[in-house]
Design a protein around this ligand. Structure first.
Ligand code: OGA
Ligand code: MN
Length: 314
């Protein structure tokens, strides 16, 4: 374990919660969840992934969109090394805290998602409230390709993370909605987090046609699988570019009601040691709220993305 990792554990993880080392098996097993998307991966120690295993994991990830790998024991540096198997990582937006030594010694590529407070200040993002459906960083020109979330401490109830399949949502659109959405661009708002809090330095949006964020095609072509996926990003302060506000809201409300249908979703109930990896290009996710009296501590990395390619079905 790196020096930073040790310091992090001492600072943030109660002694009883330190994880056991998972038994190492030499055979990778990939089992579909039985829900619309996602597969559970067994027989792998993510702290020691060799090239053929990494290749098999990338292939499974393209196929199943979300991978769930239970029973892992990773220090922050090992989480970073594993995540790099999916591409170059982005530094956490808490880099100022990192620079000031306020993030418990985790490397800058590790983001802390937590409701835990130390000295009265949150140690990470998103608190304990519900986080609405979104695709990570959709409000920037090149949104994140992948996100990896590792459960260090999980509450006894609540805090489940939901994932929904945006290939399937696109394919199942009623004809009129599919015709309406192909070729459109949507504005993705940068002012608030998925938990509804204003981001640092952001002002409340009064005119959604002029707020901060990025515009992307509503239907995108996945650069690796070539398949079309709905790419709506986030509902709050969204705008269908060029539409009158009432028409934009009506269309977005219909599209979001469709995407949020449980038939497209898998809900993940966390166990300590779970690593969950998803593809932001074809998956949206949300999180249930949980009791503020319980601790939830997740480590997260984010793989840098690429410009969004329009599907251009017409
Ligand atoms: C995230 C996120 C959900 C969760 O880290 O991007 O949405 O379950 N987290 O904490
Ligand atoms: Mn997210």
């Amino acid at each position: 374990m790196s020096r930073g990792g040790r310091r992090f554990r001492r600072a943030l993880i109660p002694a009883g919660r330190r994880c056991m080392l998972a038994p190492m098996k030499d055979t990778l097993r990939i089992e579909q969840t039985g829900a619309a998307l996602g597969a559970r991966v067994r027989g792998v120690d993510l702290s020691r992934v060799d090239d053929p295993t990494a290749e098999a994991l990338r292939a499974a990830w393209h196929r199943h969109q979300v991978l769930i790998v239970p029973g892992q024991s990773l220090d922050p540096a090992a989480l970073v090394d594993f995540s790099r198997r999916f591409g170059a990582l982005e530094a956490s937006p808490g880099s100022a805290e990192h620079a000031a030594g306020r993030q418990g010694g985790v490397p800058p590529e590790v983001w802390i998602i937590s409701n835990v407070r130390r000295d009265g200040r949150p140690i990470g993002a998103l608190g304990n409230r519900e986080a609405a459906w979104h695709s990570d960083m959709s409000y920037v020109p090149e949104p994140a390709r992948a996100s990896v979330l590792y459960g260090v401490e999980v509450p006894p109830a609540g805090g489940d993370t939901w994932f929904a399949d945006m290939y399937a949502a696109y394919a199942a659109l009623p004809d009129d909605l599919r015709r309406a959405v192909d070729g459109l661009e949507v504005h993705h708002d940068a002012s608030t987090t998925s938990a509804g809090e204003l981001r640092r330095g952001a002002a409340p949006v009064v005119d959604v046609t002029a707020g901060p964020g990025a515009r992307h095609p509503a239907v995108r072509r996945h650069p690796e699988t070539g398949r079309p996926a709905l790419f709506l990003g986030r509902r709050r302060n969204a705008w269908v570019v060029g539409y009158p506000l009432a028409e934009s809201d009506a269309l977005l409300d219909r599209l979001w009601a469709h995407c949020a249908d449980p038939r497209f979703a898998y809900a993940h109930r966390w166990t300590v040691g779970d690593v969950v990896l998803w593809d932001n290009r074809c998956v949206i996710h949300r999180r249930d709220g949980f009791d503020a009296g319980h601790r939830r501590l997740m480590l997260r990395t984010q793989v840098r993305g690429e410009p969004v390619i329009p599907w251009r079905a017409r």
